[in-house]
Design a binder for this molecule. Structure first.
Ligand code: C5P
Length: 229
């Protein structure tokens, strides 16, 4: 099992145009954040959770956290800054070989089976990897007039998801290098790739969606209901 879980949950979710950040919208009476943490806890009950929240968050309540060991941290302006709060906190607590799993609070549909599958697959790897799914749509590149310039071969292309799991030492180096080279990490894997490593792509379910737009909420609620049947 991973020793550490980092959950960035400091986003303001402005694309949702909702009254509260998307992690506090309700999925059948339960906040998205509570749903996501419940899944992680079911898979890894012994892990320590680092929960990165906006310092001015007015919606969070401790009852949403099922973990026995957890720590609240202040997130930052971008996702990468929020995850960095967790990486920095771990400097005094983690060993460089420890597994750290980072999971977006906005992905409540990740299954226990996929969480275990990810860990099982990366367990003996020196670096780590991420849940991902092969691209199924045909991809188009546009010209400057938004007309099709080319069809992009989708062979070998994947959608990167979370969790992403890496050894603490590798993550720490990735965050240090990204800061010194002003490289914007959109996910942890991109930073690890910059170091010259090749993270494992671990096939996950395609319904591990990230709530981004208003229409995603009903879809995610439906997926969660279907998974419980
Ligand atoms: O905005 P987006 O959906 O891409 O955010 C992905 C994840 O990063 C979400 O879990 C969100 O709460 C988190 N985030 C954060 N701090 C920010 C921006 C986003 O923790 N400043």
């Amino acid at each position: 099992a991973p020793q550490w879980l980092i959950v960035p949950a400091a986003g303001r979710g402005t694309r949702m145009r909702a009254a509260c950040p998307k992690q506090y919208l309700l999925l059948d009476d339960r906040a998205v954040l509570a749903c996501t943490l419940a899944r992680l806890h079911e898979a890894f009950p012994e892990a320590t959770l680092l929960l990165c929240l906006d310092a001015e968050d007015q919606w969070f309540h401790e009852s949403m956290v099922p973990f026995a060991r957890w720590q609240r941290l202040d997130g930052g302006d971008e996702r990468v800054d929020s995850v960095r709060a967790g990486i920095d906190w771990l400097a005094a607590h983690a060993h460089s070989d420890d597994w750290v799993l980072i999971h977006d609070v906005a992905r409540p549909c990740v299954t226990v089976a996929d969480l275990h599958h990810l860990l099982e697959t990366i367990r003996h790897d020196p670096v780590g990897g991420l849940l991902a799914a092969p691209v199924t749509d045909t991809l188009k590149r546009q010209d400057t007039h938004q007309r099709v310039e080319a069809t992009v071969a989708r062979q070998g292309l994947w959608r990167a998801m979370t969790p992403q799991g890496f050894r603490y030492g590798v993550l720490r180096e990735a965050f240090e290098q990204a800061a010194s080279e002003h490289f914007l990490m959109t996910d942890e894997a991109s930073g690890v790739e910059q170091l010259g490593h090749a993270p494992l792509l671990v096939t996950g379910r395609s319904d591990n969606l990230k709530i981004t737009h208003p229409e995603d909420l009903a879809l995610v609620a439906q997926i969660l209901r279907a998974q419980q049947d």
